[in-house]
Write a protein that binds this ligand. Structure first.
Ligand code: OFO
Length: 171
């Protein structure tokens, strides 16, 4: 049986992962409208992943005899000045999810709930990977530059990342 504070924090994280999924879906659509199909594939993929993260939490709450609360989600940002600003926004999004996961681990540890703390370790590792991914992507975008053919090269680069990531998922 989950401690009420832990359950509340887990449900807040369900909403947070859902919002991350919606945010990436909006980013994928923006990229598609801009003709950046490689970036669109990448963000469609990540929208799916965030949904998977949300469902993993839902299953954990259900398996722990807790009650899942499905919250209304805030409308995500859907207008961006350019691809660099979009990726900066994605990176900031990941930083706030990491902060939220850290706080959730704290709540579980304070409640002496080792099962939840242990379960959340997967999210801690995932956030570490995702922060590195988006930081690396941002560095590349800055290096290539968004002017002239830069957008084309960024799109090709991100398309490759999406393809490699897709192959990794199939393994
Ligand atoms: Fe849910 O993995 Fe990042 O946000």
């Amino acid at each position: 049986m989950l401690n009420p504070k832990v359950l509340k924090a887990l449900n807040e994280q369900v909403a947070m992962e859902g919002m991350a999924s919606q945010a990436y879906l909006a980013m994928a659509c923006w990229c598609e409208n801009e003709g950046m199909s490689g970036c669109a594939s990448f963000f469609y993929q990540h929208a799916e992943e965030e949904r998977m993260h949300m469902l993993k939490l839902v299953k954990f709450i259900n398996d722990s005899d807790g009650k899942v609360e499905i919250a209304a989600l805030n409308r995500p940002e859907s207008e961006f000045d350019n691809i660099q600003q979009l990726i900066e926004s994605a990176y900031e999004n990941e930083l706030s999810v990491s902060k939220s996961i850290d706080e959730l681990v704290d709540v579980a540890e304070k409640a002496n709930d080792r099962q939840t703390a242990n379960f959340l370790q997967w999210y801690v590792d995932e956030q570490h990977e995702e922060e590195a991914l988006y930081r690396g992507l941002l560095d590349k975008v800055k290096l290539i530059g968004i002017e002239g053919r830069g957008r084309y090269f960024i799109d090709k680069e991100v398309e490759l990342m999406a393809a490699q990531h897709g192959e990794g998922e199939e393994e």
